[in-house]
Design a protein around this ligand. Sequence first.
Ligand code: ZN
Length: 93
Amino acid sequence: MGRRMTDTEKEDKRIHREIDKLRKLISDSERKIRDLQGLCSHPGIHIKYMGDTGNWCPYDDSYWADWSCPNCGWRNRSSQEEATRYLQLHKKA
Ligand SMILES: [Zn+2]
């Protein structure tokens, strides 16, 4: 037993390890970005009121708000009511 690994097998293992390392870096970075986004005060946040209307069945019509922060890249989707509450709360004096 104990057949020596071929060069191809070694290379494949190396690729696997390298990709594992890179995926870990990506997920660490994504977590750090989420942490920083949680600290951002979201200056100049863009809130766009969106609607999908004119459906054949009016009950399928829907309304929502898309949020995006140009400072940290945070994105969110909420009800229009929640977006309006946020804007009122954070209105600049
Ligand atoms: Zn932000």
